[in-house]
Ligand binder design. Structure first.
Ligand SMILES: [Zn+2]
Ligand SMILES: [Zn+2]
Length: 344
């Protein structure tokens, strides 16, 4: 791999641009530039911020092309560090914009749901999870206002799982990997590795498989959907599928490229298994998702976790609780309010 500034050449007509995410410990999104016979196609675009945009534009210039030349944009999932700049790229180039239908549905909902409804939904959800009054009070007092990232670009193409994307001169297949979001996809470049590394092609893994971080697995947020989804179960299934694919190299959306995808998959499966085991032990007494989150292990003590991150932590705790329920190892206590779980 050769690198100049924010641009890395991965060989075989694939480069990446490190696009900054402002005020975020993740630091950057790796936007991949895939050469095709009809011009460059991007995998993800980066956070919607002027400095991020400038980096993306300069990066494309450094690749010997330009943002106006972009032929298409493939989005691994709807999160703003991946999909933020898609609308601007489309405006500048006329590129098509492709996403899995389940994440497109989230984009459509984000564009049409009033801020007041979101606020009410989030408050009710946290109350049901057992959030204490002091956590809910700021939400009850908040006046609905537009939140940045809630007017994302509506895709104009659908990524169909199992099918090849329409890329002239390339073989790139979509693999549906729900879990981190319901419509997350990985993209398998079914071409020999440019350095002949052993394995099956290369995999753009989005946030599904990262070398050093465990992606957030929380609940799928949907005010209109009352089915009880099992995002962690979805994620673990998707992980195993990617492990079996055994790509020669993984090109993730954050951090750095790596080999031995099956090894990394095993680490993540073990991590979640350990978490589920620890959680089940906690449930010898009845607990709400909030109480479970307080007792789970995070990257710092609960008292030091900031307000917003607590919401994310509770969502993650709930995803694990739902998995235990699906596995028949825990159950929701009938009529409990807030919703209380206990080991079976
Ligand atoms: Zn994400
Ligand atoms: Zn991300």
């Amino acid at each position: 791999m050769t690198s100049t500034g924010q641009v890395h050449d991965h060989g075989g007509g694939v480069r990446s641009i490190e696009v900054p995410i402002p005020d975020n410990p993740l630091g950057t999104t790796l936007v991949y530039v895939v050469d095709t016979d009809r011009g460059p196609v991007l995998v993800d675009t980066g956070w919607d911020d002027p400095a991020s945009w400038d980096t993306l534009v300069a990066g494309l210039d450094a690749c010997g092309t330009g943002v106006g030349e972009v032929h298409g944009v493939i989005i691994t999932h709807h999160h703003p560090d991946h999909h933020g700049l898609s609308g601007r790229v489309r405006e500048a180039s006329g590129a098509w914009l492709a996403m899995h239908a389940a994440d497109t549905a989230i984009v459509r909902r984000a564009r049409s749901t009033e801020p007041g409804r979101w606020l009410a939904y989030m408050t009710a959800k946290l109350a049901a999870a057992g959030a204490p009054e002091e956590h809910l009070a700021p939400l009850r007092a908040a006046r609905p206002r537009s939140v940045p990232g809630l007017a994302p670009a509506l895709p104009d193409r659908e990524i169909v799982p199992g099918e090849l994307l329409d890329l002239a001169g390339r073989r790139l297949r979509a693999i549906w990997t729900p879990g981190h979001t319901p419509g997350h996809v990985c993209l398998h470049l079914e071409e020999d590795h440019p350095a002949q590394l052993p394995g099956h092609g290369r995999l753009f893994s989005g946030d599904h498989l990262l070398p050093e971080i465990t992606p957030h697995i929380g609940l799928y947020e949907d005010p209109d959907d009352t089915t009880i989804a099992d995002p962690l179960g979805d994620y673990l299934d998707s992980l195993e599928r990617i492990g079996r694919l055994a790509p020669a190299e993984v090109l993730p959306a954050h951090q750095h490229t790596f080999t031995d995808a099956p090894g990394r998959v095993r680490e993540l499966l073990t991590h979640h298994e350990d978490r589920l085991t620890g959680l089940l032990a906690l449930l010898s007494e009845p607990l709400t998702a909030w109480q479970v989150a307080e007792r789970m292990e995070w990257n710092r003590p609960w008292a030091q976790i900031p307000y917003q991150s607590r919401n994310i932590a509770v969502s993650e705790a709930e995803a694990h609780l739902r998995r235990l329920v699906k596995l028949g190892q825990a159950e929701v206590m009938t009529g409990s309010e807030p919703v209380t779980y206990v080991a079976v």
